[in-house]
Ligand binder design. Structure first.
Ligand code: DAH
Length: 352
């Protein structure tokens, strides 16, 4: 190989290499070009290896030309490589680009469950009358749930039909409470009269679910014990409650009824808040039964450690589901438990 040929090869390889590098459309293309023009078998490498065969006068010029060719090709490679990387990055950011001027996607607002809202509303009314909130356990003893409330062992309320007994080794007296009335004797033991307590909570019965029954449901109980409380106080309190809860024109009607822990006992009706009392599809005859109530039985006061000669009291208990169903015209109690957003979202914007 003579000088002229070496220089010709170098020039030709530089042009070919630059073109290959320029055309490379991907990192793979670029690597192929690199091997072809800079690799061990590339013509420029062959010229470099042939340097030793040149005469000492010719060697420096050709050596310099080899170095320049290598340098030019490496520079072009590095430039192209950077260019390809920039293009790739640009494509990526375009794909995930966030348009910060778009309005955000608002997460749907959460809301309290309609039963929670109804329960809180009931409790609020009694709180504003001076009642203090106290809660009894959901798993309680037979004593507080039944026996202390004058419900004897053979009373239907505690038969296997509707009471969930709980198997705890060494204890045969534990039940899931069937009513929030289990707070009554606890309140008498904890507080000195005057006692004004409102007690909301979950209750359990071995019921088969249908449109009006659920094995898990909620009640709010009230208990008042003081000197000289009469049935007139009870009726006045329940009237104040009904008016605050359902409207200022509410009437309250008591019908004699039986609950073992009160005497006398009553079912409490309020005038229908749909038709106002004239009679409609919801109420039938203008009245809606809303709770049980009565004057605390002397035996229950005694079980709470209080002297029935000195103290009298009244108690009442209502179902939260029933009140919520009436207020919102909900036809089936199971809707409250199914967590179907189509049902629940109807209550998001409403008043409590
Ligand atoms: N605990 C009763 C029930 O679950 C409701 C009730 C009735 C509560 C009369 C009372 C009351 O405090 O006086 O059916």
């Amino acid at each position: 190989m003579d000088v002229a040929e070496a220089l010709r090869i170098l020039e030709q390889e530089r042009a070919r290499g630059l073109a290959l590098i320029e055309e490379a459309a991907s990192e793979a293309d670029l690597e192929a070009a690199e091997t072809a023009v800079l690799g061990r078998k590339a013509p420029v490498s062959e010229v470099q290896r042939a340097l030793g065969t040149l005469s000492p006068e010719d060697k420096p010029a050709v050596g310099r030309a080899v170095n320049e060719t290598f340098a030019a090709l490496r520079q072009a490679l590095a430039g192209r490589r950077q260019g390809l990387a920039a293009v790739a990055e640009e494509a990526m950011t375009r794909a995930d680009r966030i348009d910060v001027t778009l309005p955000g996607r608002r997460p749907p607002p959460g809301a309290l469950h309609p039963l929670t809202r109804t329960e809180r509303r009931i409790v609020d009314v009694f709180s504003s009358l001076g009642y203090r909130v106290m809660e009894a356990p959901e798993l309680d003893t037979d004593w507080y749930t039944f026996e202390a409330l004058n419900i004897p062992p053979d009373h239907p309320a505690r038969t296997m039909q509707d009471t969930v007994y709980v198997d705890v080794p060494g204890r045969e007296d534990l039940v899931m409470r069937t009513q929030t009335s289990n707070q009554q004797v606890r309140s008498m033991e904890t507080l000195d009269p005057p006692i004004y307590v409102v007690s909301p909570g979950r209750c359990f019965r071995r019921d088969t679910p249908d449109a009006t029954h659920s094995p898990v449901f909620h009640q709010v109980e009230i208990l008042a014990v003081d000197e000289g409380l009469s049935m007139a106080d009870m009726k006045g309190t329940l009237e104040a409650f009904a008016r605050a809860m359902f409207g200022p024109d509410q009437q309250v009607r008591l019908r004699p009824s039986y609950f073992p822990f009160v005497e006398p006992g009553a079912e409490v009706d309020v005038s229908c808040f749909v038709c106002g009392g004239s009679g409609c599809r919801v109420c039938g005859n203008g009245w809606i039964e809303i709770m049980g109530a009565g004057m605390v039985h002397p035996r229950v006061l005694e079980n709470g450690g209080l002297d029935p000669e000195r103290y009298t009291g009244f108690a009442a208990g209502m179902g939260v589901e029933r009140v919520a169903m009436l207020r919102h015209a909900v036809p089936d109690i199971r809707l409250f438990l199914e967590s179907d957003v189509r049902f629940l979202s109807q209550f998001v914007a409403g008043s409590t």
